[in-house]
Design a protein around this ligand. Structure first.
Ligand code: NAD
Length: 438
């Protein structure tokens, strides 16, 4: 490899840390991934990947075998043996929406305690603007050996489900830094990725991440609000979205009407950005409306099911999809899970199927009372209604004739507009999508 190899450590080996570490190793860097969860470390050391992400398993195995990627629980050893230390620990929401920064603070203290020579400390977790200043202050306070260091903000924009592709081929790399030495090292790390690099100050880099995710959520809520207008007027939101999206100033991405955004990032990042702006004395009320629309779309969807079945108690309802999006096993803050719980709360008998998310939904006891099916068809057996809550490709390819034959009543509520209303009606289903009539 012609690019210079840099020694890196990543603190936190979850969705972001593990995929980032594996991709850095893939382009030739020497990477050590750190985690404080012994179960996760044992699994990783045994070659087992604790999360599902397409392409990740091969990537990890290949780079471990090549000696470029390893795992440890010892942060001191990792910091000692790396020039650049990335922080990729959780930044979960607190009840008021603001960010719990205790994981970041703890890691900053731990790094400070073992810092002996110059290191670049890079925050990859999603954090409020001005966190870099606090990380630098903390490291200064606990820096036993008085070692020199720089703090950099390098927000991550990967999407779960295609994280490897996003990391290997990013739209842009944002480097928020204040010193040339740190910027130089960061540019070397990212050189092999051949992506546009935007160098900013630290505060701007931190703000970019929250502003970007809030804008994407805003686009989703916008089209969901348009979907409600389509339902009231007889227009078709898919056609409207195509017509809007063909305008290059707008684009078609993130204009898919459905049951709303979820996942471990959007809900928490929008809530955090609202809290940050309130705190700065510049309330961002537009984002509160984005949240309200997102809550309403789910309520409107469940209402449609209730209206069709009249009383939900004891009704057999099949739900396809639990993950917050396809191609992941991540069920954190998934709207699909919320819908299942709405139905369970009204006494329905819910039978769910998801290609990858069932295990984690079970493990974290997210939908207690629901039955788990072994296939989409198995879920649909004797069901009085079928709900599509996540747009897995597997569902698109299901034998719909067999599904209809298996169901008690062929009622379909498509929360992701996966199917064509006309085709579904022709097949004999009573079909309800979002923002469209057949
Ligand atoms: P995660 O929960 O999947 O992983 C975090 C990991 O950090 C866990 O394995 C945990 O055991 C470990 N950890 C916690 N405290 C630690 C410590 N003191 N020392 C060592 N390890 C520790 O979280 P994630 O989804 O990877 O998110 C990490 C950050 O990246 C968050 O700020 C998130 O908002 C941001 N982010 C996430 C995504 C995404 O799609 N998941 C995308 C962009 C940014």
């Amino acid at each position: 490899m012609s690019n210079p190899s840099i020694k890196l450590s990543i603190i936190g080996s979850g969705y972001v840390g593990l995929v980032t570490g594996a991709c850095f190793a893939e382009v030739g860097h020497q990477v050590v991934c750190v985690d404080n969860d012994p179960r996760k470390l044992d699994a990783l050391r045994a070659g087992k990947i604790p999360i599902y992400e397409p392409g990740l398993e091969d990537l990890v195995h290949r780079n471990v075998a090549a000696g470029r990627l390893r795992f440890t629980g010892d942060i001191g050893e990792a910091v000692e043996n790396s020039q650049v230390v990335f922080i990729a620990v959780p930044t979960p929401p607190q009840p008021d929406g603001s960010v719990d920064l205790s994981f970041i603070e703890q890691v900053a203290r731990e790094i400070a305690g073992v810092l002996k020579d110059y290191r670049v400390i890079v925050d990859k977790s999603t954090v409020p603007v001005k966190t870099g200043e606090k990380v630098a202050d903390t490291i200064r306070r606990y820096n036993k050996h008085g070692a020199d260091f720089d703090v950099v903000s390098n927000p991550e924009f990967l999407r779960e489900g295609c994280a490897v592709g996003d990391l290997m081929n990013p739209d842009r790399i944002v480097i928020g830094a204040s010193g040339e030495r740190a910027v130089g090292l960061m540019q070397k790390i990212y050189e092999p990725f051949k992506a546009p690099v935007l160098v900013t100050d630290i505060n701007s880099a931190e703000l970019i991440k929250h502003a970007a995710n809030s804008f994407l959520a805003l686009k989703i809520s916008y089209i969901n609000a348009v979907a409600a207008v389509c339902e009231a007027s007889g227009a078709d939101v898919e056609m409207v979205a195509d017509g809007i999206g063909m305008d290059r100033r707008i684009g078609r991405n993130f204009l898919n009407a459905g049951i709303g955004y979820g996942g471990s990032c959007f809900p928490k990042d929008i809530a955090a950005f609202i809290a940050i702006c309130d705190d700065l004395g510049v309330p961002f009320d537009l984002l509160k409306e984005v949240q309200r629309i997102n809550r309403d779309v789910r309520a409107r969807f469940v209402k449609k099911v209730r209206e069709a079945l009249w009383v939900l108690r004891d009704k057999k309802i099949a739900v396809w999809g639990l993950t917050f999006k396809p191609d992941t096993d991540d069920v954190r803050s998934s709207v699909a899970i919320d819908v299942v719980n709405d139905l369970l709360g009204e006494g329905a008998k819910v039978r769910v199927y998801d290609p990858k998310g069932a295990e984690k939904a079970r493990e974290f006891k997210l939908i207690e009372g629901a039955d788990f099916a072994s296939s989409p068809l198995d879920a649909a057996k004797d069901a009085e209604a079928l709900i599509i809550a996540t747009e897995w490709e597997e569902f698109r390819n299901v034998d719909l004739g067999a599904v209809k034959a298996a169901m008690h009543t062929p009622l379909v509520f498509d929360g992701r507009n996966l199917f064509d209303p006309g085709t579904m009606e022709q097949m004999g289903f009573r079909y309800t999508g979002v923002g469209r009539t057949s």
